[in-house]
Design a protein around this ligand. Structure first.
Ligand code: PLP
Length: 390
């Protein structure tokens, strides 16, 4: 195949690959505990599904606006204004197929080949691959060596150069579950303003927080006009398969994003968008119940990990992942995840999230308490065997 140069090295290791391997194992009769998946194990709330059904029955099966249906844009703006404490109007919103397109749209709109983009390491794998796809350069910043829940702001400051165009922030953070403090966000905002950077704030886990509170970097002085917020329905409302997300940004940026919609998929299906309106405006009890359940599972998994010799696990303040340090077992991230998969526990090697993820694995607790207990017991067995060999 003769392909464009940009396809060289364009690949990504994600939880989806681990999921594939674990399914192959299951086909051979092994019972696998699924700690690799990044999606809620809850059904979409019934009232959301009913809104989609009603829309289809009413025959809403045509093209719609490339920006999204007006009623959903109004609901998104009202929700963001209320929740983030920043006044957003509908013309500062756009509806997309999940939150992911907002990442690519922001890069396409803001970054030239050769420009540098600051991203967290460990971090969501598609940040770096999307940046490289456009010929730009990912430059990483990390977390504090002594406290994995806090950013290493010094490393970030020293990474800014005259080529830096965009800063990516992800709080609550995948894979560590860190929620950036107001002080951290203020420091990031100050850097963005001082160096005139665009900011992409990935807030997809913004409504899954157990400690502290979610705050958007867009709410700091001078930030709304330079920030694109990526958000969506996948995690908050257990709607991963619906492919429904959105961006918040200055209206002039949103109109550029709508051109990308025009040139690719035109618009998100109207009936899917009707579900989004029901999710934002309807009863949020199912969402609250889901977060309460995640909170219990978080306690269970953190307590369980603490009992395993050779494993150190910080308690995540948000999202539904723990990112334990398994370096004490004398294995790399890849070896640990391969060994765990042999024992029927699927986790993602920390290096899938960047070089600084070495020695870690990502464990999703979007799984039942029974599976969490069984998974912990299998991890303890693998750890005991590894410690015995040391
Ligand atoms: N951002 C982060 C940090 C994620 O973990 C994910 C999904 O796993 C996304 C964005 C994309 O979510 P969506 O399903 O809305 O495209």
């Amino acid at each position: 195949m003769r392909l464009a140069d940009r396809m060289n090295g364009f690949s990504v290791e994600t939880s989806l690959e681990v999921a594939q391997k674990s399914r192959a194992l299951e086909a051979r009769g092994v019972r696998v505990i699924h700690f690799e998946v990044g999606e809620p194990d809850f059904p979409t709330p019934a009232h959301v599904a009913r809104a989609l059904e009603a829309s289809l029955r009413a025959g809403e099966t045509r093209y719609t606006s490339t920006f999204g249906v007006p009623a959903l844009r109004e609901a998104i703006a009202a929700d963001a204004t209320r929740r983030l404490g920043i006044a957003y109007s509908p013309d500062e919103t756009i509806v997309t197929h999940g939150g992911k397109p907002i990442l690519l749209f922001t890069l396409l709109a803001c970054v030239n080949a050769g420009d540098e983009v600051l991203i967290p390491d460990p971090g969501y794998p598609i940040y770096s691959t999307s940046i490289r796809l456009l010929g730009a350069v990912p430059v990483t910043y990390g977390f504090d060596r002594h406290d994995p829940r806090r950013l290493d702001l010094d490393s970030l400051v020293s990474s800014v150069t005259s080529r830096t165009r965009l800063l990516m922030v992800n709080s609550p953070h995948n894979p560590t579950g860190a929620v950036h403090t107001d002080d951290e966000l203020a420091a990031l905002a100050e850097i963005a303003v001082r160096h005139d950077l665009w900011v992409l704030s990935d807030e997809i886990y913004g409504r899954i927080v157990y400690e502290g509170r979610h705050r958007s970097i867009a709410s700091f002085p001078g930030m709304k006009e330079r920030t694109v917020v990526l958000d969506g329905f996948s995690k908050t409302f257990a709607m991963t398969g619906w492919r429904l997300g959105y961006g918040l940004a200055p209206a002039a940026m949103i109109s550029r994003f709508s051109l990308f919609m025009t040139h690719t998929t035109t618009c998100v299906s109207v009936f899917v968008q009707r579900g989004g309106i029901a999710a934002l405006e309807g009863d949020d009890a199912p969402h609250r119940a889901m977060v309460a359940e995640f909170s219990e599972r978080r306690a269970r998994i953190v307590e369980g990990m603490a009992r395993i010799p050779g494993v150190r696990c910080a308690s995540p303040a948000g999202a539904f992942y723990v990112f334990p340090d398994v370096g004490g077992l004398g294995m790399t991230a890849k070896e640990a995840s391969a060994r765990l998969l042999e024992a029927g526990v699927a986790v993602v090697p920390g290096t899938s999230f960047g070089a600084r993820g070495e020695g870690h694995v990502r464990v999703s607790f979007a799984n039942s308490i029974a599976d969490i207990d069984e998974g912990l017991s299998r991890i303890a067995d693998v750890a005991a065997a590894a410690m015995a060999r040391r």
